[in-house]
Design a protein around this ligand. Structure first.
Ligand code: GTP
Ligand code: MG
Length: 202
C-alpha cells in the first residue's frame, strides 16, 4: 500500500475532542524524541506534515491525520520527558492513557523504541500497561541508521529476549529509519492488512 493523500485534521487535548470514531485508527507513541512525528512523515511521504524537532517535547497534543479519506494516523506526545514539569507530565500521561483506553476505533498502537537503547523502564512499563489492558500494539525500532547494519538484528533479538522474560507472546516488531527511509513499506502493508480485515470481518 502507498498513501495517496494525508491531511492534518485536528489537535486535541482530550480524547473527547477527537474526530468521530468512525474509521480505523493507528497511534504512534514512545519516549520524547524517539521519532514518532518523523515516522508519520516517512509513512505518508510528506516531510513536514507532522512537526518534528531535535528538542524533545515537540508534540504536545493528540494530532489526527486523515489518510486516503479512509483511516486515521495519530501523532502523540512523548512520555518520560524530564524537562516538562511533573504536573505537565502527569497531565500528558492522563491524556494519553484516557485516549488509549477510550478510543474505540483504535486498532493498533505503534510503540516506538530507539534501537540504540537497552530496554528502558518507561518503555517496558508502557508495553506492560498496554498488554494488561489488551490494547493491540506492535514495536517499532527507530533510528536504525545510527547503528551498523550488522548489529541491528542482534539488538532487536536482545529486546525480544528481554520481553520474553515477562511475557509469553512477543509483539510484532519493525525496524525503521526516517533518515534512510527504511521500514515504511512493511508498516504500511501491516496497516493495510488490518484495514482490510476490518472491512470484511468474519
Ligand atoms: P516529541 O514530539 O518531542 O515527543 O518527539 P518525536 O518522537 O515526535 O520525535 P521527532 O520525530 O520530532 O524526532 C526527534 C529527532 O530525531 C529529530 O531531530 C529527528 O530528525 C530525529 N530522527 C527521527 N527519526 C530519525 C531516524 O530514523 N534517524 C535519525 N538519524 N534521526 C531521526
Ligand atoms: Mg513528535
Amino acid at each position: 500500500m502507498q498513501i495517496k493523500t494525508a491531511k492534518f485534521v485536528i489537535s486535541s487535548s482530550d480524547y473527547r475532542q477527537c474526530p468521530a470514531p468512525d474509521r480505523p485508527e493507528y497511534a504512534f507513541i514512545g519516549r520524547s524524541n524517539v521519532g514518532k512525528s518523523s515516522l508519520l512523515n516517512l509513512l505518508t511521504g510528506i516531510a513536514g506534515l507532522a512537526k518534528t524537532s531535535s528538542t524533545p517535547g515537540k508534540t504536545q497534543l493528540i494530532n489526527h491525520f486523515l489518510i486516503d479519506e479512509a483511516w486515521y494516523m495519530v501523532d502523540l506526545p512523548g512520555y518520560g520527558y524530564a524537562k516538562v514539569g511533573k504536573a505537565d507530565r502527569a497531565k500528558f500521561a492522563t491524556m494519553i492513557e484516557q485516549y488509549m483506553r477510550e478510543r474505540e476505533n483504535l486498532l493498533c498502537v505503534f510503540v516506538l523504541i530507539d534501537i540504540r537503547l537497552t530496554p528502558q523502564k518507561n518503555d517496558v512499563d508502557f508495553i506492560g500497561w498496554l498488554g494488561e489492558r489488551g490494547i493491540p500494539f506492535v514495536l517499532v525500532f527507530t533510528k536504525a541508521d545510527k547503528l551498523a547494519k550488522t548489529t541491528v538484528g542482534g539488538k532487536v533479538e536482545a529486546y525480544g529476549k528481554y520481553l520474553e522474560s515477562f511475557w509469553e507472546e512477543l509483539p510484532k516488531m519493525f525496524v525503521t529509519s526516517a533518515e534512510t527511509k527504511t521500514g515504511a513499506k512493511e508498516i504500511l502493508n501491516f496497516i493495510d492488512q488490518i484495514n482490510q480485515e476490518n472491512k470484511n470481518p468474519d
